[in-house]
Design a protein around this ligand. Structure first.
Ligand code: B12
Length: 421
């Protein structure tokens, strides 16, 4: 009798363990989902289409808040893209994200138009034109006007919207995957999702074998970028990498270590930037951007509610740390600026303090989906058009976060170097 109770208890325990794990994983996902929804309200600047996309791909929804955000996208973001188009700026990435966001809300894309030089055409026609511009630029200079991440986003957005992607366009991406070195893992992931969509569509008819080869090498590159701690690339590329592997048909079990790494990051609050949540949350729910293609928006759950938050008072530490900010200009001239800051300040706060001291250090920012991007230091710009940027590192190690997110907890040397890419 005793042994029977013991065996029953053992079976009960063994079968409940995965349930307990699943319950805590679901709780974690729900909490990330709420963080993302909450940050819609705290976002200054333009409404973010990547956040919208992730909310729409989620299992749980707050339909009123999502619909409110959709309206903001259709007005504020739309007007911003309209003015970039009027100024002939390349906008393929943001336009593709806008398309994906609208499609994820099952909005009729054929009713969305932009007017340039008195000619009104639909969003998808403009996206196609942007892609042609990028393709021609690759033909002349071997590089897109923007980057391959945005080029892939463009292919993906056209493809999930049911637009046949021209062979010449996908061919350029296939060639980049095969021949280019030094592409971000994030860009391979985006290329994987884009090319998988093209494959599923059956539209790359001229040379299906080259498409299969590209997809296999993307998969190999992603798997080879797997680290011992489970991440693929780094903390912020793992979500997209897992999305790509799932989209390309990898079984969930092949992504187990990466999934666990993302859950650990989520528990440690690594994903405090809403952009990071937006790229990770779909992967944690085994969803990929390809799911937008078949989204029907019927009978959706509407249970996601935000509990009021306890007000948190941030007390700035009295402990100060010494930081040296070293600026390496385009001509290689190195200038060092020492500053004392309260521990746990952001790099942005350190730079602001230095600027206030009027000792010759100045900087300018540009806003982006990831937050403030450092574009100018001491009057010197590092421009995308010249393929240059201000690279950030701490004691020789490249930062994996931007100036607003990176927190300074100990004495260190920050190097800001005008770098070519
Ligand atoms: C391409 C790219 C770059 C290019 C951008 C220029 C170009 N035309 O190619 C270059 C090489 C310059 C670059 C620089 C950096 N990058 Co970068 N970049 C990307 C990538 C692959 C695609 C961005 C993009 O085009 N998005 C699509 C468009 C539509 O969105 P967007 O917001 O308008 O895009 C602009 C901004 O994102 C901006 N940008 C690019 N990187 C970063 C990083 C930060 C922190 C900010 C605020 C802005 C920013 O440049 C984009 C093009 O204009 C993303 C990958 C990803 N998962 O998002 C990483 C990514 C955003 N970058 C990252 C990082 C860490 C950096 C650097 C801080 C690296 C460093 N140590 O210096 C610097 C930025 C420093 C600064 N001056 O402020 C991280 C950010 C993670 C985080 N938690 O903040 C990502 C997610 C890559 C990763 N997995 O680590 N990057």
């Amino acid at each position: 009798m005793h042994s029977l109770i013991f065996i029953t208890a053992l079976i009960g325990f063994a079968s409940c363990k995965p349930c307990a794990n699943e319950a805590s994983n679901n709780e974690l996902i729900l909490s990330l989902n709420k963080d993302l929804l909450r940050s819609l309200e705290n976002q200054g600047g333009l409404p973010n289409p990547s956040m919208h996309l992730a909310l729409r791909l989620s299992k749980h929804h707050n339909l009123a808040k999502e619909s409110e955000h959709l309206t903001k996208l259709k007005t504020h973001l739309h007007n911003d893209i309209q003015s970039s188009l009027s100024n002939s700026q390349p906008v393929v990435g943001i336009m593709a994200l806008y398309t994906l966001a609208l499609k994820s809300s099952c909005f009729n894309l054929h009713t969305v138009t932009f007017t340039v030089r008195e000619r009104t055409e639909t969003l998808l026609v403009h996206l196609k034109k942007q892609m042609d511009r990028e393709k021609d630029h690759i033909a002349y200079t071997q590089r897109p006007l923007t980057n391959y991440y945005q080029y892939s986003l463009g292919v993906l957005a056209l493809c999930v919207s049911g637009i046949r992607v021209h062979n010449h366009i996908s061919h350029k991406l296939i060639k980049a995957v095969e021949h280019l070195e030094g592409i971000h893992i994030d860009s391979y992931a985006m290329a994987g999702m884009a090319l998988q969509c093209v494959k599923d569509d059956g539209s790359h008819v001229h040379n299906p074998a080259e498409l299969d080869t590209a997809l296999s090498s993307i998969k190999l590159k992603l798997l080879a970028a797997g680290r011992a701690d489970g991440h693929i690339g780094n903390e912020f590329s793992t979500g997209l990498a897992v999305q790509a592997l799932l989209a390309m048909g990898s079984p969930v079990s092949e992504c187990g270590a990466a999934m666990e790494a993302m859950r650990t990051d989520a528990r440690n609050n690594t994903y405090h930037n809403p952009m990071a949540i937006s790229q990770t949350l779909p992967a944690l729910q085994r969803k990929t951007y390809l799911h937008v293609k078949t989204k029907e928006c019927l009978n959706e759950d509407d249970t996601l509610v935000l509990e009021p938050l306890e007000p948190v008072t941030v007390i700035q530490s009295n402990i100060k740390v010494s930081v040296t900010v070293e600026v390496v200009s385009v001509s290689g001239v190195v200038t060092a600026f020492p500053v004392e800051i309260p521990t746990d300040s952001s790099l942005l706060q350190a730079l602001e303090l230095l600027q206030e001291k009027s000792i010759g250090f100045t900087f300018k920012l540009e806003s982006s989906l990831w937050g403030p991007y450092l574009s100018e230091v001491n009057g010197e710009q590092a421009r995308q058009s010249d393929r240059r940027y201000w690279h950030l590192s701490s004691d020789g190690t490249a930062l994996t976060e931007g100036i607003k997110d990176f927190k300074i907890v100990g004495a260190q040397k920050i190097t800001i170097k005008n770098t070519i890419y």
